[in-house]
Design a binder for this molecule. Sequence first.
Ligand code: C2E
Ligand code: MG
Ligand code: MG
Length: 303
Amino acid sequence: MTLNHEASTSSVVSDEEVAAMVTGKDGLRVLLQPQVDLMTGRIVSAEALARWQHPRLGIVMPAEFIPAINRMGLDKLLFERVSLHVIDVLLTMRRAGIAVPVAINAPATTLSDERAVDFLLDRIYKAELPASLVRVELTEDQPIRELDVLRASLMKLEDAGCEVSLDDFGTGHASLKLLSAIPLSEVKIDQYFVTRMRRSAVAFEVLRTAAELATRLGWRVVAEGVENVADIPALRAAGCRYGQGFALGRPMPLEALMVRLRTQRDGGEPLAAPASYASSWIEAFDGAVTEAEPAFPVRATAQ
Ligand code: C2E
Ligand code: MG
Ligand code: MG
């Protein structure tokens, strides 16, 4: 099995094994998933996604080990290791003349710890990279206990030039209070809504309203879990300028992402794409085109 393929395992991994993976030198891998401008088809950024190359089980997905890492208090160590990897990725890109931001996932407990933020900023500084190339995604898998502490920490990142993104928006712990308290540049609308919008008018309206709120606040809006190219016109209509999902690019090793970024780099400037053009770019994509479905309206109101 290669790192290119998503896999899941039902095998149980012990806390000891998880701890050994995070503290050891081997085992942790990072894939990159492109985020794409839904108007132009260009890759605008990438997200770092952890994988565990287990000696016996093969690739173990984050859902199998991130909860244990958080529970054991090893989240800062994971953050540091992924951060170092992301710095290496950005340096590789820089050598190829490519400057595309890369996002690191982290829960509130990690980001509330100033030492984690300082570690990241120190490494960015030492690598002489623009901080704007590093993005932090606040994952919503944990309740936020001390909003003021989190806010101060995220402000420090923002002041240094890093962008903050709110992950899994709509299905996690984010309240309107959180939205108005922390510095944000981006929200990622959870794939729950993207998956359901075709069959649920309610899901579509929630997605559209969330996108409108985010847009009014000046944030980029990203649709997560875009699995069908046929959904792209509806996502654009709902106000999602950007998308991430298997239809746009699966999580992949750096080398595979670099192939796409080099092609993009050599193709010159992004096309100024009018809305009418935007459905045709996708035809060049991954060979993943299916016949376009009829223009959106949703068919049912039930979930
Ligand atoms: P996330 O940050 O929301 O990442 C998106 C997840 O959706 C990834 O799962 C990705 O592989 C998956 N995905 C992307 N496009 C599609 C699609 O079109 N369809 C479907 N069904 N899934 C799609 P993954 O890699 O298993 O990661 C799951 C979660 O684990 C992440 O959700 C993030 O919360 C967490 N995670 C991953 N890497 C790290 C890490 O380095 N640190 C921390 N703290 N959490 C991480
Ligand atoms: Mg994320
Ligand atoms: Mg997400």
